[in-house]
Write a protein that binds this ligand. Structure first.
Ligand code: LLP
Length: 423
């Protein structure tokens, strides 16, 4: 980071940075803040649709949007309209996606600890695929699946690949709670058991090696393990999961979905996989991260001996990623996006703990002060979806913008919403 103006490449595709103000989807961010209040999540619908189309066009039919990265009815419908399936990991995600009108035949059900009810709901709805994770689940399925109650499934395997990313979001290594190990024979045993189950059709294997990965090498390695492992199985599909990284701050470089997909196809060919095998993936972050911007109002600017704290009206409740993973973000003054940023502050939220930091060292123009609107780009993934009500802070509203129009897709939470569980 530096005092240079913020990089335009961190913004959604339709963003235009002016001397005074930023517009996204043809709408000025200041106008959005005035109309809908702050904190506010703004998503550029064109960016969302373009990323969905890119994934749908480059992988085969059945490629899915990982809804855990950002889920609401409007997002599920958008992904479906653009040709993607929707991957859900819990009954709660399944429920929202079904309510949104996405047909069950376009939903993929995950979970490392699916309850009997979650499996029953997924089966009753008729999901496209259920991804089987463990032997207890196989026992459970053997009581629920029959020729009269069939199920289409994939089996989740761990290829034993160490992805270069934060350990909390790494999943492909042997020591993990997800899936069946290829190397110790569990995956092979699981496949035999599932193939012997009447009514269950096993279409192939699924692996997910982690998230926020910048190097395609890890994915390639995973593909070659899977290729080797399934070469004689005659499966009709193979899913390499999600995990493609995105740039959050200046200096980071992430492969495009196109580059990712092409290198997966290449690796599949090199592994000797049949060319008609459906090659699938489940991107989440790569679809939604860059489409989103969070606008905040600055309430307080407080110099102390060591530094200056700038406090905004949200914080770790709408973006827990800096606290959880030490993730970096950048920020800009919504009024002055092209101005140099000599003012160095620690950007913090309004929560009652010192850890409530959004950006350790954020850069702003000298003019940014209490009352200013500031924003963080690349907040479309794992922000709203991991938002909490810590300190009874209501969750922000979410608006989609396109062609000069804004529409609220999730309204701002109220104190009444927060009180509704009291008995
Ligand atoms: N498929 C499976 C089976 C997954 O577990 C995940 C993410 C994805 C797909 C989508 O991964 P993506 O393309 O979004 O990287 N909360 C963390 C990320 C956790 C990812 C969990 N699984 C974060 O904020 O960085």
């Amino acid at each position: 980071m530096s005092i240079e103006p913020i990089l335009a490449s961190l913004f959604p595709d339709t963003a235009t940075l002016h001397e005074r103000g930023v517009s996204v989807g043809g709408v000025d961010l200041r106008e959005l803040a005035a109309t809908y209040g702050t904190p506010l999540f703004v998503y550029d619908e064109e960016t969302l649709r373009a990323r969905c189309r890119e994934a749908a066009g480059l992988f085969d039919d059945g490629v899915a949007f990982a809804s855990k990265s950002f889920l609401c009815g409007a997002m599920a419908r958008l992904a479906y309209e653009e040709g993607l399936c929707v991957d859900v990991a819990t009954g709660g995600e399944l429920d929202i996606v079904l309510r949104s009108g996405v047909p069950a035949r376009r939903i993929i059900m995950h979970g490392n600890n699916k309850s009997k009810e979650e499996i029953a709901d997924a089966m009753a709805a008729g999901v496209h695929r259920l991804v089987v994770d463990n032997f207890d689940e196989i026992d459970q399925l053997s009581e629920m699946v029959s020729l009269a109650k069939p199920l289409n499934a994939l089996v989740r395997v761990t290829p034993g690949v160490e992805a270069h990313t934060h350990e909390y979001v790494r999943t492909g290594q042997e020591d993990t709670k997800f899936g069946f190990s290829v190397s110790n024979g569990d995956a092979r045993r699981a496949i035999s058991m599932l193939r012997a189950m009447p009514g269950l059709q096993l279409h192939g294997v699924h692996a997910h090696i982690g998230s926020q990965i910048f190097e395609v090498a890890g994915f390639r390695e995973s593909m070659s393990v899977l290729g080797e492992f399934t070469r004689d199985d005659d499966f009709d599909e193979l899913c390499i999961g999600g995990g493609l990284g995105v740039a959050y701050v200046a200096g980071e470089m992430a492969p495009s979905i196109k580059k990712w997909a092409e290198s997966m196809r290449h690796a599949a060919r090199e592994s000797g996989l049949r060319p008609d095998l459906r090659l699938l993936a489940e991107p989440g972050r790569a679809i939604v991260a860059q489409a989103g911007v969070t606008i905040y109002s600055v309430g307080v600017v407080k110099p102390v001996t060591q530094r200056t704290y700038m406090a905004v009206d949200g914080g770790m409740s709408d973006n827990p990623r800096p606290v959880l993973y030490g993730s970096g973000y950048e920020a800009f003054d919504v009024d002055l996006p092209l101005a140099p940023r000599p003012q160095v502050v620690r950007l913090v939220g309004k929560h009652c703990e010192s850890g409530d930091v959004l950006i350790d060292e954020a850069y702003f123009p000298a003019e940014t002060k209490a009352g200013s609107l500031v924003a963080t780009p690349v907040t479309g993934a794992y922000g709203y979806s991991m938002a909490s009500n810590y300190n009874r802070v209501p969750r922000p509203a979410v608006v989609f913008v396109q062609d000069g129009h804004a529409r609220v897709v999730l309204r701002r939470e109220t104190f009444d919403d927060l009180a509704r569980l009291e008995v």
